[in-house]
Design a protein around this ligand. Structure first.
Ligand SMILES: Cc1cc2nc3c(=O)[nH]c(=O)nc-3n(C[C@H](O)[C@H](O)[C@H](O)COP(=O)(O)OP(=O)(O)OC[C@H]3O[C@@H](n4cnc5c(N)ncnc54)[C@H](O)[C@@H]3O)c2cc1C
Length: 354
């Protein structure tokens, strides 16, 4: 099969690598000259994920989080639970042996006699299959009219060499709707500080938690959360282009790479629908649960949010032992084991159906 992948992020590179190893002829089109740049990510992943996909790109290992929400604060500790990646190196590690047209943006896609013609300012390429792995604003998704219902959240982040002492083993998270603000130590006193929101809320977070210092770099990006068709004729969407992100945190690396495996298998077996079916079987419930919890989180009163966080603070030992970094349904199980949660849940359900 001749395949064109638009977008050389981790999802696009990985699916292309898997398909070329299986003998398919794959070309990746990437608008930037350098793979992995610019970095638009905090690079925090579970250590299980890092061990599987990117151990050579790990900069730091995390033992837990200081969690804050309004007047509730608690620590969650699980030694070695997460890893901080050098995201540019991580992306580049998937590019070996792949044909990549760099520095050119795919700006036209036409369908002709069962083939796809994908153009950049430099050339037009023909393929049997097109994979849109071109990130949250996906040109492929928009051009080929994939049905979708996606909310987009703007995020900003700074790399800061913090003035005072930094505990390099703990992440700091302050729940601020619609998501949260974060401080993720990458080692040697350098911390990735970000928020889903404005630069001024990022600055307030830095001041409140003592993360001021010299700014080494600034970045921003978009987090997509929602639903999207994955297949349209011989075209497929993958990763952020398909909103394959965790609805509660916006993290997309683990879902994107797993989806790449499912897509490569489906294309290789000549059974495209298998991609959709297997994705839904593995992630469908988790995604719809996550979207419902996100809606509740965004809409509940501050008083109820504090009640929920107080329950989680009490149950932190169970969270430390049972919660999964990537699959968040466990959090609901823990909340539902506490009768005090039911009235809050009732009110939140009313906002969902109202
Ligand atoms: C501030 C921020 C922090 C984040 N932190 C985390 C985190 O800690 N952990 C985590 O798991 N996830 C995190 N994420 C999400 C994560 O970065 C994404 O889920 C991940 O990058 C998705 O990978 P992808 O390959 O699907 O898309 P992308 O990484 O977005 O790659 C898409 C590629 O397509 C290229 N492209 C786009 N359009 C075209 C075109 N028309 N032609 C050619 N090339 C094109 C782009 O240049 C890009 O290289 C964060 C996101 C943001 C914004």
């Amino acid at each position: 099969m001749k395949i064109i992948t638009v977008g050389a992020g981790p999802s696009g590179l990985y699916v292309s690598q898997l398909l070329s190893r299986r003998g398919h002829e794959v070309l990746v089109i990437e608008e930037h000259d350098t793979i992995g740049e610019p970095v638009q990510c905090a690079g925090l992943v579970s250590s299980t994920f890092a061990d599987t996909y990117g151990s050579s790109s790990v900069l730091n290992v995390i033992d837990g989080a200081h969690v804050h929400c309004c007047n509730v604060s608690f620590d969650l500790v699980r030694p070695g639970v997460a890893s901080v990646l050098d995201r540019a190196a991580f992306d580049a590690s998937f590019s070996d042996g792949i044909d990549i047209e760099r520095g050119n943006r795919a700006d036209e896609i036409r369908v002709a006699r069962g083939s796809y013609l994908v153009s950049t300012p430099a050339a037009t390429h023909e393929a049997d299959i097109v994979i849109g792995a071109d990130g949250p604003s996906s040109f492929v998704r928009r051009t080929l009219g994939f049905p979708s219902e996606i909310s987009f959240y703007g995020a900003c982040q700074q790399r800061v060499r913090v003035k005072g002492d930094v505990d390099d083993t703990m992440v700091t998270v302050d729940l601020k709707r619609p998501f949260f603000s974060w401080a993720i130590p990458e080692g040697d006193g350098v911390v990735r500080i970000g928020t889903v929101g404005t630069v001024s809320s990022l600055e307030r977070f830095k001041t409140r938690f003592g993360f001021e210092g010299s700014i080494l770099g600034r970045t921003g990006g978009i987090i997509p959360v929602g639903t999207c068709s994955l297949i349209r004729g011989g075209a497929f969407l993958l990763g952020d282009a398909a909103a394959q992100t965790k609805p509660l945190t916006g993290g997309g690396l683990s879902f994107g790479l797993r989806a790449a495996e499912l897509l490569a298998e489906a294309i290789d077996q000549g059974d495209p629908c298998r991609y959709h079916h297997r994705w839904n079987a593995e992630f469908g419930r988790e995604m719809s649960f996550g979207r419902s919890i996100r809606k509740m989180y965004e809409n509940m009163s501050e008083r109820d949010l504090v009640k929920v966080m107080s329950i989680l603070a009490e149950k932190r030992e169970r969270l430390e032992q049972e919660a999964d970094f990537d699959m968040h349904a466990t959090i609901a199980r823990i909340l539902f084991s506490t009768p005090r949660f039911y009235p809050v849940f009732g009110k939140a359900m009313a906002t969902l159906v109202g």
